[in-house]
Design a binder for this molecule. Sequence first.
Ligand code: HSE
Length: 311
Amino acid sequence: MTNFTSAWAPASLSNLGPGFDALGVALTKWGDTVSITLLEGSEIRVSFARGSKWTGPTDAKRNTASVAAIEVAKMVGYHGGISIEIDKGFRAGSGIGSSAASAVAAAVAMNGATGGTLSKEDLIPAVMKGEAIVSHSIHGDNVLPSLLGGFILLQSSSPEGFMRIEGASDICFAVLLPELEVLTINAREHLPDSIPLTRAVDHAARLGLLINSINTNDTAAIGALIMSDDLIEPTRSQLLPPYQRIKEAALAAGAAGCALSGSGPAMYAVCGSSSDASRVAEAMATACRDAGYECASITDSVNLTGATLTK
Ligand code: HSE
């Protein structure tokens, strides 16, 4: 048996505004490719492609891609060997869903290799499990957008009730990736265990307003609301020393709003046009470098398709 299938899954912005663990969106440019080959025997092999820009664990129990692929194998009743080759298009600890993209690409490729009997929705438990292996927490605001595309709202504790948020499909993003690693598992340790009721109520209301602004394509309101998280981002932003400087540079260059993505250090800005996004991406990168941190920046848009089979 040598069935060979590969899939690509995109990076994603997560924790959008007051949507901690609840709201994310798929991007188009960066992503991971995972190739699955079904093998005789029962060995599970994990490797990184020769040209992979980054690597990670090759222990099948610790790699997000193999954990997701093994879950899919269990779901379809496949008990043979599996070779999992990962080609990472962007690095782990980036804040734009690196572990999620590997888990999603692996699940989609494994489903393809075993006959494609499962739907993307069926793959949700497998990708959640893959993601959980590195962050030691259950959150789906990167894996679901990467799998399904678009803006996805979910309760991470019961992700099967997710909802695609329609609107804002033409919005432009500037995305900055400072060369600094923030592991989600560490970033979650700094979060408060409990919050006062009034703050929780305000937070919930702001998430509702953000969803409405996406539905109505209101870029100015989306920009303002992605900056309205006062529960998580104030703590997390301390892990990125030039955070304030980058945000101010983005706003001065014309962004409607700018915030951390995921647990950082990635930051993104919401812009009204691709030319605005180019100018904002440049301003964010300059501010980051001026503060002594190397970085990469891109402009990007909403990926409505999510993960796809590539072979
Ligand atoms: N919602 C997750 C967190 C995303 O903030 O921990 C991790 O990228």
